[in-house]
Design a binder for this molecule. Structure first.
Ligand code: PRX
Length: 637
């Protein structure tokens, strides 16, 4: 397979960039031309950022799974699409060729249809990292339903919130999931969530861990039994549903600065075009390369760079069930060696964690197949960047530092491996088609180099967020109203003297813990549910491995009893309400919080204290009671 839109030299990069700005419709029309459309689009782009109303490839008809599967069958049918590596290194791996994957997707699409799932219905998928997760995602897309994948680490309450918001009547899950030395009882978590969600009609359960589960008559079905039914029907075909380019493909929930996660909606045509375009260009994917993205499909990185981007490009994608450090810290290197991985795409938090185990686990494996290394999810510090470069890439693999977001659908700012220059801890240049701008607090564009500001994008790209599910106004106010006429990312950014972009982190109340986005308000809401908590404030602080840790200040009602037990209890409450990813690292009991006279908590001060900058907390004269600051400083953990 060849990729007519692949940029192979720096001259081509500059030419493509120039064209993408001068003639965006011509540029994207050409890129989109290399996909399979049932009907070509009438208009490449219609847009305004005011409402916002953004339409790419209007009038175009397609099904993304025909691009991921059907069109490869002739040429790549026997090539591996997915290589699955179990959590347990001794369990045999699985290889699904494009033909195998196609057949399994068609089968499961028929299971969904047999159970009443129709075009436009929302299907919630809550599974571990098994091939059936990718199969469920693609089967949902094949029949034109909308998937909403929920990461296996979210709690019953988080699932219930998402099911309610999306009104998902169908769920696909597993009995349990393996992650390192843990067995996570997924079905039982779903059962707890469904106590509040009586509208759910069907739950399909895949057997993975064989942990005992309870099945509700009429509602819960075994995956394996449903597949058998399709087999007894003679394995009928399941022609892909014809979708409009702007029909929704999926919803993915992500945290913002308010307490409630928002359902980011991506649509079929633009998302397909952009994820494939960015996959091929950023990683400089060549046919036959083995691509290993270590993310979970429950996050956008897995959607775009394990499933859709690689499969549309006819690539071989490694899907790993486990974690980097179990049974030992050589797990990634073992996989690289075993499958001769060419592209490794992971997160700075994983790199930092592996660094702490020293080089023993690295040196016992042959990593010579690696050609490209990628980083995603949070700023990569220089130390981690150099460790990755020297010890994993052996100084010969370009590192792509890819900046993007759930809302952007694909990578927007990154070097193109080996084609454009890299610079430690810089995402460097925008991809052709992406027009970043830096603005000051009042929204004035900061021109020239050597400036820092808030990062916005001033022109749409095909996989930009279209709406937040069921609440378009929220999409407008969150992303398009702060700086009228621009998409606001929520990130701070520096453009250095040479024009390279470096993302400096969130400028809103969103934390980035181990590459996971968590809203401070969301964590506060969870903490405040604890009966003893009167008030709380959550901020981030620098953490050696996680990037940011969660620091909590709590005013607690009953001061008797063991403080450590109370801390554990509060942390447990957060795990139960949101999930273990939001578990606080530090909990400090305080008698008051620094508030302005109008009652607003001054987080700037709390952040400084948590960061350890206690001599540099700035002006406290606006506080109602400045003495509270001294007490908080003294009690700092
Ligand atoms: O702050 C940025 C950070 O992660 C945020 C997006 O999080 P999420 O939607 O969960 O998507 C993560 C995977 C794409 C951004 O607003 N971020 C992501 N990539 C980078 C990054 N920060 C710095 N450098 C990156 N390469």
């Amino acid at each position: 397979m060849s990729y007519p839109f692949q940029i192979k030299s720096i001259e081509q990069y500059h030419a493509a960039y120039k064209k993408s700005v001068a003639d965006p419709e011509g540029f994207w029309g050409e890129v989109a031309g290399s996909f399979y459309w049932r009907k070509r689009w009438d208009k490449v782009l219609d847009w305004n950022f005011k409402d916002p109303d953004i339409k790419w490839f209007s009038g175009g008809k397609l099904n993304i799974t025909e691009n991921c599967l059907d069109r490869h069958l002739g040429t790549l049918g026997n090539k591996p699409a997915i290589i699955w590596e179990s959590n347990d290194p001794d369990e045999h791996h699985r290889v699904l060729t494009y033909r195998d994957l196609y057949q399994k997707v068609v089968q499961f699409a028929n299971v969904l249809k047999n159970n009443g799932v129709k075009k436009g219905d929302r299907v919630c998928i809550y599974m571990g990292m098994v091939p059936e997760l990718a199969i469920a995602v693609l089967a949902t897309a094949r029949i034109g339903a909308v998937h909403s994948v929920i990461f296996g680490g979210f709690s019953a309450q988080s699932i219930a919130d998402r099911l309610q918001d999306a009104q998902s009547e169908f769920i696909v899950t597993c009995d349990g999931a393996y992650r390192g030395n843990k067995d996570i009882p997924l079905k039982s978590v779903i059962d707890d969530a469904l106590v509040q969600c009586r509208f759910v009609k069907k739950v399909v359960v895949l057997t993975r861990t064989r942990i005992p589960v309870s099945m509700i008559k009429g509602r819960d079905l075994w995956w394996e039994d449903e597949i058998k039914k399709v087999e007894t029907m003679g394995n009928p075909d399941c022609p892909a549903e014809e979708m409009n380019a702007e029909d929704p493909l999926f919803i993915l929930y992500t945290s913002g600065s308010t307490g409630k996660p928002k359902g980011v909606v991506h649509t079929c045509g633009g998302y397909m075009v952009y994820t494939t375009y960015s996959f091929v260009n950023v990683f400089q994917y060549n046919p036959g390369d083995i691509h290993f993205c270590t993310a979970d499909i429950g996050w956008i990185t897995g959607h775009s760079y394990i499933v859709y981007g690689p499969l549309c490009a006819g690539a071989t994608s490694v899907l790993f069930e486990g974690v980097p450090t179990w049974p030992d810290a050589g797990r990634f290197w073992d996989i690289v060696d075993k499958y001769k991985v060419n592209v490794l795409y992971t997160a700075p938090t994983a790199i930092r964690s592996l660094m702490s185990y020293g080089l023993g686990p690295v040196h016992s494996h042959d990593l010579s197949s690696l050609k490209v290394l990628g980083s995603v999810g949070e700023p990569i510090n220089e130390e981690a960047w150099h460790w990755y470069d020297e010890n994993i890439g052996k100084g010969k693999c370009p590192i792509v530092d890819t900046w993007w977001q759930t809302e952007t659908g694909g990578i927007l700012i990154s070097n193109l491996a080996g084609v454009t220059p890299s610079k430690a801890s810089y995402a460097t240049w925008p991809l052709p088609g992406i027009q970043p701008v830096l603005v000051d607090e009042s929204g004035n564009e900061l021109e020239g180099n050597g400036v820092s500001g808030n990062l916005c994008i001033k022109f749409p790209w095909p996989s930009i967020i279209r709406t937040t599910y069921n609440d378009h106004e929220r999409c407008r106010t969150n992303y398009f109203a702060t700086y009228p006429g621009m998409y606001f990312t929520g990130d701070g950014c520096l453009r250095d003297e040479s024009g390279y972009y470096r993302i400096t982190g969130r400028v809103d109340d969103v934390l980035n813990v181990s590459g996971h986005r968590i809203g401070t308000a969301e964590v506060e809401n969870a903490i405040n549910m604890h009966a003893g908590v009167i008030e709380s404030a959550v901020v981030g602080y620098p953490h050696d491995i996680k990037g940011q840790g969660i620091y909590v200040y709590v005013i607690y009602g009953n001061t008797h009893g063991d403080e450590n037990l109370t801390r554990q209890d509060i942390a447990q409450t957060v795990s139960r309400i949101i999930g273990p990813i939001a578990r606080p690292d530090k909990i400090q009991f305080v008698s008051g919080l620094p508030k302005t006279r109008s009652g607003k908590i001054m987080r700037r001060i709390l952040r400084k204290i948590a960061e350890g900058e206690i001599d540099n907390i700035g002006d406290t004269s606006a506080l109602l009671d400045p003495s509270v600051v001294e007490e908080i400083k003294k009690g700092r953990l």
